[in-house]
Each structure stands twice: as C-alpha cells, then as structure tokens.
Ligand binder design. Structure first.
Ligand SMILES: Nc1nc2c(ncn2[C@@H]2O[C@H](COP(=O)(O)OP(=O)(O)OP(=O)(O)O)[C@@H](O)[C@H]2O)c(=O)[nH]1
Ligand SMILES: [Mg+2]
Length: 217
C-alpha cells in the first residue's frame, strides 16, 4: 500500500498539531499492515504495539486518524460495528497502532459480539509487545459492563491503560467534568483521563505526550 504520509494529498495537519517537536510525534509514514482474523495473522516482530479499545462508535478509528494527521487511513463510520477485525498499522516503521473491534453495539448480532470478547482478551493476554491500551469513552455516556470488563482485564494482565474521553466537542464543560470524574474514579490515581476531540484536534498533543512516555521506554 502506498500510504506514505509526507505531504501527500490526504495529509491533514490539524492546527493544534503544528508545534509538535518530539521525534516520536513526527509522523513520517503510517501504513496499513493487516486486518487480522486471528492470532496467526498478528505481526510477530518485536516492535511495540499500542492498542485502541472501546465501545463501538466511540471514535477509536477517528482518534487514530487524528493522531496520525490523516483523514482516512483508518476507516470510520457512523454505522457502529464497522471495525470487526483487529487492524494493524505500522507507524514510522517503528511501532504499531492496533485498532481493536468495538464492543457493545446492540444491532451487531450477539453471536458476533460474543466472538469479539475472546478475540480482544486473547490479543491483550498474548501480546508481549503491547505497550499500552488507549481506552476510549464517549464523553456523553456512562461506562457499561463491557468497559468495566476491559478495565479489569488490563489490570489482571498488568497492561498500562491510557483513559481517553472522545467527542469533547459534543458537551459543555460542566457535563464534561462530571464524566471526567466518573471515568477517573474507575482508574488508578496516577492515570490521568485525557479529554479529546478528533473533530477539533483537542487533546491530541497530550495523548501523544502519554504515548511518548510508553514508546521511549
Ligand atoms: N463530533 C464528533 N464526532 C466524532 C468524533 N470522533 C468520531 N466521531 C464520529 O463518530 C462516529 C464513529 O467514529 P469511528 O471513529 O468510526 O468510531 P469507532 O470507535 O472506530 O467505531 P467502530 O469501528 O464501529 O467500533 C463517526 O461518525 C465519526 O465521525 C469527535 O471527536 N467529534
Ligand atoms: Mg473503527
């Protein structure tokens, strides 16, 4: 795939990203690698993987595109349940972003969502290169039982979590603060909840800051 990101026509630099300075945040290339149906297709090299997880339609694919200054590297959709496989992207030839299937969408048949849970848990459990999981929550919704299960898996397998609220452009600051408090209470005291909007670019520098701490370890 010719997905190099050096000022190609789909390069989409957000105004808030203009002052990125650290090397880790300079996106020289971002390429789709594989939509994996199972572990045999997961990349097996030693480069670090950062996964993005959360409910269907929460904005996982949009956040990845926004971080990479791309409009359509990762397909997004207003139809929840779009990402049903584990999608791997290689960034700067150095580390992977992994778009996990969204869970908890009512219109996706139960048999399909039941298959996602072991797929996601298996990936989390069996990927030693996994550096962190960005756990996304829609700023307008309370965490549900599957969000809680994901948080518990991450604790159980000792995987660092980066909690992120998405779609900050949709709520006012008082309502946003309530959700920030609620989500913050679910994580450890040292986990800072980041407020983001893929639409406006809000919070992307901060998220890169958190990812940078993991990636340079
Ligand atoms: N207003 C607003 N809409 C957003 C934002 N992020 C995503 N969306 C919209 O939310 C919908 C879902 O976004 P996706 O990025 O496809 O969500 P996803 O979590 O990858 O969804 P699945 O792949 O189905 O699990 C799309 O219509 C996006 O345009 C945001 O920051 N603000
Ligand atoms: Mg998606």
């Amino acid at each position: 795939m010719s997905d190099f990101c050096l000022l190609t026509s789909d390069f989409c630099l957000l105004p808030s990203e203009l002052h990125l300075s650290s090397d880790i945040m300079k996106i020289l290339s971002a390429e789709f690698v594989i939509s994996a149906v199972g572990p045999k297709q997961y990349p097996i090299d030693r480069r670090m993987q950062i996964a993005f997880a959360g409910r269907s339609n929460v904005g996982k694919s949009s956040v990845i595109n926004a971080l990479l200054h791309r409009k359509n590297l990762v397909k997004t959709s207003c139809t929840p349940g779009k990402t049903q496989l584990i999608n791997f992207f290689i960034i700067n030839d150095k580390f992977y972003f992994v778009d996990l299937p969204g869970y908890g969408y009512a219109r996706v048949p139960r048999a399909v969502t039941d298959a996602w849970a072991p797929m996601i848990e298996g990936y989390l459990r069996d990927t030693p290169q996994l550096g962190a999981v960005v756990v996304l929550f829609d700023v307008r919704r309370e965490p549900d039982e599957r969000d809680i299960r994901l948080i518990e898996w991450l604790r159980q397998y000792n995987i660092p979590a980066i909690p992120v609220l998405t779609k900050a452009d949709k709520l006012n600051s008082r309502e946003t603060q309530q959700t920030l408090n609620m989500i913050g209470a679910r994580f450890g005291p040292s986990d800072k909840v980041l407020l983001t909007s893929a639409k406006s670019g809000k919070g992307m520098n901060e998220l890169w800051g958190e990812l940078g701490k993991i990636l340079i370890k």
